[in-house]
Design a protein around this ligand. Structure first.
Ligand SMILES: C[S@@+](CC[C@H](N)C(=O)[O-])C[C@H]1O[C@@H](n2cnc3c(N)ncnc32)[C@H](O)[C@@H]1O
Length: 210
């Protein structure tokens, strides 16, 4: 029979005790305590937000949070707007068009197959989509946090988005399980002026290169 490892058990119990629906909250908490990505009054976009522990954490600190997930969440509140959609659905961009976010955070996980290169490819696709959305809606100087699975392509992805930020780092919070291939990209200080011409072909509301 499958047995949870001790770390998983520890964080799951802690989350339950503290009223969060998932132990992943401790990953965001550590990222936030280390890099300061969620601030009082912020407008935050949370991609892949079900079951809702990041939403809950963010709503306690920020001004308002938009969450998007293809699955439902039971977390709600006056400063939470939840959109049940696949992030690849083009209508998602229409629903948040015109908003300018201080931070975009993405804890997206693909439906894993157990085949490493396939899973890392699926994770990369989600991260690329998350960045595509982030660059449409992030404020100048905004922050981007994104889960991704380790691979050569994930390193290339980090290199490719690096010039769009003042600072970019890989970070593996303590709550990530030892067997997991995931880590987080933490990028601060979004620079809209670094967008390339290629970005304009992907959407009708592109930002022109300076
Ligand atoms: C690890 S969970 C996120 C946990 C969340 N941060 C929390 O603290 O409760 C990953 C989420 O990504 C979502 N997801 C994966 N692919 C998606 C897609 N294409 N569109 C929307 N959500 C997606 C899944 O439905 C799942 O809820």
């Amino acid at each position: 029979m499958y047995r949870k490892d001790r770390k998983e058990e520890y964080y799951t119990k802690k989350a339950k005790k503290e009223g969060y629906p998932a132990r992943s909250v401790y990953k965001l908490k550590e990222i936030d305590e280390t890099f300061g990505v969620i601030k009082e009054g912020d407008l935050v976009l949370d991609l892949g937000s079900a079951p809702g522990s990041w939403l809950s954490y963010i709503s306690k600190k920020a001004g308002k949070v938009y969450g998007i997930d293809e699955n439902e969440t039971e977390i709600g509140g006056d400063n939470i707007v939840f959109i049940r959609k696949d992030i690849n659905d083009e209508s998602v961009l229409d629903m948040i068009r015109g908003l300018k976010f201080d931070s975009v955070v993405a804890d997206l996980s693909p439906k894993t197959t157990g085949i490493r290169f396939l899973d890392s490819g699926l994770s990369l696709e989600l991260s690329e989509r998350a960045f595509f959305i982030a660059k449409k809606v992030l404020k100048e100087g905004g922050d981007f946090v994104c889960k991704i699975f380790e691979s050569q392509e994930s390193s290339d992805f980090i290199k490719s988005i690096g010039p769009s930020f003042k600072m970019i780092k890989r970070f593996r919070p303590k709550a990530v399980l030892r067997k997991s291939k995931e880590f987080y990209i933490v990028a601060k200080g979004f620079k809209k002026s670094k967008l390339t011409l290629g970005d304009c072909s992907e959407s009708s509301f592109c930002v022109k290169v300076k």
